[in-house]
Every structure is written in C-alpha cells, then in structure tokens.
Design a protein around this ligand. Sequence first.
Ligand SMILES: *Cc1c(COP(=O)(O)O)cnc(C)c1O
Length: 366
Amino acid sequence: MNVPFLDLKKQYDSIKPEIDSAIQEIITSSAFIGGAAHKKFEEAFAAHQGVKYCVGVGNGTDALYVALKSMGLGAGDEVIVPANSFIASSEAVSLTGAHVVFADVSRATALIDVADVERKITSKTKAIVAVHLYGQPAPMKQLVGLAQKRRLKILEDAAQAHGAAIDGVRVGNFGEAATFSFFPGKNLGAYGDGGAIVSNSQELAEKCRMYANHGRLDKYDHKMEGINSRLDGLQAAILNVKLKHLEKWTEQRIAIADHYDKHLPKDVERFERVPGNRHVYHLYVIKVKAREALLAHLKEKGIGTGIHYPIALPLLKAYAHLGHTEKDFPVSAVLSGEIMSIPVDGAMTIEQARYVTDVICGFYTK
Ligand SMILES: *Cc1c(COP(=O)(O)O)cnc(C)c1O
C-alpha cells in the first residue's frame, strides 16, 4: 500500500465535474478579479467561521500582514509570536516594522505557552499572534484574559485551522481578527495562492479591504497607499466548490486522528487534544526519539511524512540578529528534534491509516 503525505489529485478526482464547470464559468464571464464568485466566497466563508466579515486576499502571509497593519501595528511596537510555527507568523510582524518577540510553546500541545507570553510582555508590547497550530485552537481563553489585563490586541493565525473551534465557537471569534491561508495543501486549499482575513469588526474589515486593494473601496478614490493583494476569481470559484465539502473532509481528518490516537504504539508520544477544542488536524504530529530511523522506515514502506517544523523560528538564520540560543526556548528547541508528521487528509481512508499504524507498530516490535 502507498500512503502519500497529501493526495490533491485524489481530492480533485472526487469533485472534478463541479470544479471544471466553476473554472469554465469564470473564464467565460471574465470575472478574474472581484466578481460574483469572490463575493459569494467571502460571505460563505464568514458564515463557515461564524463571523460577520471576510476579506479575501492573495495568500495567508499577506492576510497576516494586512491585518496587523490595519490593527495599527508598526515601528516601535513589539508583537509576541510562538517559537514553533511557519515563518509567515513572524515575518508578517517584521513587514509592518514592528519587532518580533518569541514565546516558547507547551510540550503537551505545541501551542503557545501563555506563562511565557506573560514573561515576554514589556511596555512596548502591543499584540500577540495566536497560532492555531496543526489545526488545534491556541489557548484563547487565557490569552484573551491576559490581553484584556495588559491592553494587548490579538490576531489569530488560523492558516491551519479552518473550522476549528473552542466549546463550539469557531476560530476567528477570539481576536480582533483571524487570518487564513488557502495554499493548496491547507485544509481548504485553492489551486494556487489565496488567503482571507475574518473579523467581527466592520471598521477593521473595511480597513483591511482598503489596504489590500491600493487603499481604496471605490475605483480611483484612494484614501491612502496600500498594496495589491486580492483573492482572484478563479481561486474564489474553486474555493466555493471545495467549501461545500470541507466539513465532510474535516470529519474524515478527525476520524483518522482518532484512529492514530487509539492505535499508535506507546513508544510514540502524542500531543494532547485539549478538552472542548475542535482540533481539525491540518497535521497529525507525533514526538519520537529515533526520528531519522522511523522516517526512513516509513519512506521505505511507501508512507509520506513531514517535519513541522525542523528548526524553531528564533533559531533560524533569518533571526540570527536576535542572538537567541536553544536555552532561550527549551521546549521548542527539543520538540523540533523529535516531531514528525504522518499522513492525515480528507481524501485518505481508514484502511490507509490502519496501514500507517501497522507499519509504525512493526517498527517498534522489530
Ligand atoms: C501556511 C501558513 C501561513 C502562510 O500562508 P501562505 O498562504 O502560504 O502565505 C501562515 N501561518 C501558518 C501557521 C501557516 O501554516
């Protein structure tokens, strides 16, 4: 058996007629930028997250940048970002001119460690980027409490967490805004780049919309300088089709994760699923000691894997100027040497998941 890490072709095959006709419709109507599909997607995605407003943008990194900029962050401000994430979470902070301050993560969940966030707050701290890593919501109750006490803003980076929720409330409802990525491999993926900002604040959503579209809401009435970052019509049309299937695919991801939770051998350490959280399993990540050997074994058995992420953000060359060492982020530094991701996807079957657990069990009883 073969279990690719991700099989986008298999997903396409399952929805081909719908996708092909949606693409055809955009081309025949020439609605390449803006248009009905774009508007429909923003409304449908806002409804999916249970928020009031959605602004489609060019990608998830721009979504973070546009949101932070529209929240008023810039030079002289400090923004706290978890040490274990994709670089976009911190990159977007630097793009605004603000200073990135990293916080360590929890060994149990890989999510931002609220106690460390509290230690990193200074008089210059203005915001926290709460990353819903791997598809599990960050500890929003604690973060929101802290943010209220210390007068900080929160931006949720939900690039990996479409449909994730805490006690039934979907991500996007906890911070000033939340950002999503529709990179092809994300839980909801376009056929190219795409992203969105959601918010319950009309004022903030409008600012984001303007900033992402040359500082305007109307054709040549530019209120300020902005950038060009829009979700295009083709991507919006594709996302409209896929959004209708997202809940079903998400339930399949959760079913596969349930299988892994139950059947992986005890040599494999799991991350905790926090009670009340709806974890949407963008990634299923395990902690193991003999990582290189297990990765090689899975490869030999036809199972795709990944590492998310092999180097903690503060220890990347990109942040060498901050002068951090592993001692500054003891949890993230250790985790980055132990974590590995095994396949989980809406197009995957339980039989494939069973093969993965059988192969991993075989590795440990060898
Ligand atoms: C993918 C991702 C992003 C960036 O999204 P792009 O669409 O690739 O720009 C941001 N944050 C996290 C946590 C991500 O996983």
